[in-house]
Design a protein around this ligand. Structure first.
Ligand SMILES: C[S@@+](CC[C@H](N)C(=O)[O-])C[C@H]1O[C@@H](n2cnc3c(N)ncnc32)[C@H](O)[C@@H]1O
Length: 363
């Protein structure tokens, strides 16, 4: 696959993701034109983008608004010029930001001019995100919000930060102050332009796409969907949390408060016991079954983590059987430390390899 044509998939890091080759491999061998593809835990939209590369329409669902915002940007076809023009238009329409976060963290994370421009863009995008260019602009801004300092100042808006997760304010302030690091004055439109060119230079044709923020366990989330031919997905793993707090700056940009919510509950699956987890998975597979065609195929990547004594294969098998899906094959997807595996995003601190598996089932 042409490298430029897949660049858009990397528009913003997300804390859990599977490689593009996985959904592409499943679909490339079997697809027929116009078949709809569904990912009920779509994350940053890897399945959505794989479907688009093959010209297939898709549905993505995720309970995390950041995931849905990123996945939505994988569907439309817009030019770098349109995205930059939209950014300039919003800046023109919002000559001043009405809501600029205050405090030491904000003085150190962004240069005041950069922060002002980001707030103006944030407000403009919160007011309206109804054009495709706005959806893609939002994803480009989310991807540039924080990351390492660069020589030429065209990469990220922030002071030195990780690109994958936002640092907690107290830790970050100590880090920056102890090293004498000050935020760069970044030319925001220039960063948008260079990123837009990188991600949008070559793109697959546009396809139909539906992206929803919703709970995959709730039937309501599947209302009015077209009949689905393929479900390709990867649910949360038992015992593995998604740590929304680690994405707090990106959530702020999407309209949440300008502070880490340390009290935030995990809105994902209840991880209280393997049985409770299996029942929730089964609910999702039942809901999905309800919108699938008779000969639909469900492919699930699932694995285990190091600190819980549970058998992911047995758990997933039981969940599929409770939902009346016929399991046809289980294949090893390698280990979570092979690199580019979904669980490797969570397992930075462990060296214990855990196997991931692909489960193929038919309706
Ligand atoms: C393993 S990740 C999927 C990543 C995706 N394959 C990708 O490449 O980006 C699991 C996703 O499930 C989402 N999720 C967790 N609980 C959910 C629920 N109840 N309903 C819908 N999505 C949920 C999380 O927000 C996360 O994005």
């Amino acid at each position: 696959m042409n490298h430029f044509a897949t660049a858009l998939n990397a528009v913003c890091p997300y804390y859990t993701m599977f490689p593009l080759e996985f959904p592409l491999g499943v679909l490339a061998r079997r697809r027929q034109p116009k078949q709809w593809v569904l990912d009920p835990f779509c994350g940053r939209g890897t399945t959505t983008f794989a479907a688009r590369l093959l010209g297939l329409p898709s549905v993505g669902l995720d309970s995390n608004p950041l995931a849905a915002a990123l996945a939505a940007a994988k569907v439309p076809r817009v030019s770098a010029r349109q995205v930059l023009a939209t950014a300039r238009y919003i800046l023109h329409q919002h000559p001043e930001a009405s809501d600029i976060p205050r405090g030491a963290f904000w003085r150190y994370v962004y240069n005041p001019t950069t922060l002002g421009q980001l707030c103006r863009l944030r407000e403009g995008l919160l007011e309206s995100r109804d054009t495709e260019a706005r959806i893609v602009l939002r994803a480009i801004l989310l991807g540039a919000l924080h990351g390492p300092l660069s020589q030429n100042g065209t990469s990220y808006f922030s002071n030195q930060c990780p690109r994958t997760y936002a640092p907690k304010p107290r830790y970050a302030l100590n880090f920056w102050k102890s090293r004498g690091l000050t935020p760069p004055r970044v030319d925001v439109p220039r960063v948008i332009q260079s990123r837009a060119i990188r991600y949008l230079r070559e793109q697959p044709s546009a396809v139909n796409g539906i992206l929803r923020v919703g709970d995959a366990r709730s039937l309501h989330a599947y209302a009015d969907l077209p009949p689905i031919s393929y479900v390709i997905t990867s649910p949360p793993y038992y015992g593995m949390r998604t740590y929304r707090q680690d994405q707090w700056l990106r959530h702020w940009f999407l309209g949440e408060p300008a502070a880490v919510d340390y009290s935030a509950k995990d809105t994902d699956f209840a991880h209280s016991s393997p049985d409770a987890f299996i029942r929730q998975l089964a609910d999702v597979w039942k809901n999905v079954r309800g919108v699938c065609k008779r000969d639909a195929m469900l492919v699930v990547r699932f694995g285990g983590i190091h600190d819980r004594k549970c058998d992911p294969v047995a758990m997933l098998k039981e969940s599929l059987s409770l939902a009346n899906w016929n399991l046809v094959t289980i294949r090893s997807a390698g280990t979570a430390l092979d690199g580019r595996r979904q669980a490797s995003q969570f397992l930075e601190t462990t060296k214990t390899p855990r196997l991931e598996y692909d489960f193929y089932a038919i309706r």
